[in-house]
Design a protein around this ligand. Structure first.
Ligand code: GDP
Ligand code: GDP
Length: 444
């Protein structure tokens, strides 16, 4: 398990800008709802050999500050998100705005974060050059927190900040979950709207088999993992408390926590997204699907309550779901009825196969022979009067199969050709359901 670090602070201090800087990504952030949905709020940071997960939060909006453009509900959601991030995190990077100076809200937010008892490192952002440093940071000493000045937007002090953050992360005491010597078996996460049938599916899958643990105190107060054995193999449903808790709160429909979802997805091998066939793919489901696809999470879509739809209509329904998943055609769709036991038996074998595919390791010889075959079958199209040339391909050491193609100029490789490469490699290597990563490197 990688250390998790959360970026916390009031809105507009520059958390997202910092987030992108620390991830070395400068993609634009789309706020399709102000302050709530961002392009990406969770990412893996690499600083040399040190790796950790970074969570960006919308910001702490506390009682005293109303944000005019946000409704109370959104404020609550943002706050809840920040709270959840603080709970999940092993450490906090607390961000303040040096230009605006220390505000009462900063103090309140800091107080809140301090109560978590987790290590805190403060960044005074928007110090856009050394000439502003002394004056703008002076008042922040009174916070009693270790801090550094930085300019996320202009890059001032960023190299030192990265070094310091790296040291901060190395010093963290992160409990390792996997080192208990017990074969941990396959871990599964259930996602989906309340009442889609997640709990019913878990019960149907476990059936009469031996339940080993039903209540393990996790790191977080309400995380309950359910471990059981089937045909001498061990399986765990991760965080079933989340499954049940959400189920009771109808209005969580709109508040599904991406942070929680991703955290659980990352703790497990395979994620199962359950959708109620009578309701179809809702807005939240769409968001989750997009998100799981972008994060390359191995997942299965389960279309549950098939017993409520006449048999002859199920095919049509299945096609509709396929269309929703057209950008990720490798994701398996399983039709189930938890009540009638239909389709349930397919879930564990499918998840096992998916994990196996994720663990696949392929030698450079086979990869390069495959590349030759693929190139012979269809050459990459000429772009700007140049044809991309591929030299060789290797598999990178990543959690999901990642293939790095070395070529003369990666900007010449068209999207359609990338798709072709992916499809061909999937076929040749037998990676049918797992996500894969195709990466290009230019070497002249
Ligand atoms: P968040 O709400 O805390 O995530 O803040 P954002 O990252 O969205 O930044 C809020 C605003 O502050 C944006 O307009 C940024 O361009 C600006 N900003 C962020 N970092 C800096 C900085 O280092 N210097 C200056 N001058 N502006 C910054
Ligand atoms: P969760 O909130 O996703 O955990 O959903 P539950 O497992 O609690 O199920 C919600 C409701 O749907 C309950 O009333 C279940 O009895 C019902 N349900 C679950 N699976 C099925 C199914 O396959 N068919 C039918 N007809 N109802 C189901």
């Amino acid at each position: 398990m990688l250390p998790i670090v959360a970026l916390v602070g009031r809105p507009n201090v520059g958390k997202s800008t910092l987030f992108n800087r620390l991830l070395r990504k400068s993609r634009s952030i789309t706020h399709d709802m102000p302050g709530v949905t961002r392009d990406r709020i969770y990412g893996e940071c690499r600083m040399g050999e040190v790796r950790f997960d970074l969570i960006d939060t919308g910001g702490m909006v506390l009682e005293s500050e109303a944000t005019p453009e946000l409704s109370k509900d959104f404020e609550d959601e943002i706050f809840e998100q920040a709270q959840e991030a603080i709970t999940e995190a092993h450490a906090i990077i607390f961000v303040v705005d040096g230009k605006e100076g220390l505000t009462p809200l900063d103090r309140q937010a800091a107080e809140y974060v301090r109560r978590s008892g987790k290590p805190i490192f403060m960044l005074v952002n928007k110090i856009d050059g050394s000439e502003f440093e002394a004056e703008l940071t002076a008042e922040f000493h009174s916070m009693g927190l270790d801090f550094m000045p930085v300019s996320a937007a202009h890059g001032y002090n960023l190299t030192d900040v990265r070094k310091r953050v790296r040291k901060f992360v190395v010093g963290l005491d992160v409990p390792s979950e996997e080192d208990d010597g017990i074969e941990r078996g396959l871990r599964l996460t259930m996602l989906g709207r309340p009442n889609a049938g997640k709990s019913s599916i878990i019960n149907a899958v476990i059936g009469k088999d031996r339940l080993i643990v039903s209540d393990v105190a996790g790191t977080t107060r309400d995380s309950i993992d359910v471990t059981f054995e089937k045909k001498d193999k061990r399986y765990t449903f991760v965080d079933t408390a989340g499954v049940r808790r959400r189920a009771n709160i109808q209005d969580h429909l709109e508040k599904i926590s991406v942070i929680r979802a991703l955290k659980n997805a990352k703790r497990s091998d395979v994620t199962i997204l359950t959708i109620d066939i009578t309701l179809g793919v809702g807005r939240q489901d769409k968001r989750l699907i997009e998100f799981l696809a972008k994060e390359k999470v191995p997942f299965i879509v389960v279309v549950n309550k098939a017993d409520l739809v006449p048999r002859k209509e199920t095919n049509m329904a299945l096609e509709a779901f396929r269309r929703e998943l057209r950008i990720i055609p490798h994701v398996p769709i399983v039709m189930t009825s938890a009540h009638k036991g239909v389709g349930i038996g397919k879930l564990l074998p499918l998840a096992e196969a998916m994990r196996k595919e994720c663990e696949i390791r392929i030698g450079t010889g086979i990869l390069n022979r495959s590349l030759q075959a693929v190139l012979e079958r269809q050459q990459p199209p000429v772009v700007k009067r140049r044809r991309p040339k591929f030299f060789y391909v290797t598999q990178a050491d990543e959690e999901i199969p990642t293939f790095v193609f070395f070529c003369n100029d990666h900007t010449l490789v068209k999207q359609s050709y990338t798709r072709y490469l992916e499809n061909q490699f999937r076929k040749m290597l037998g990676i049918n359901t797992a996500p894969i990563n195709i990466v290009f490197r230019s070497s002249h």
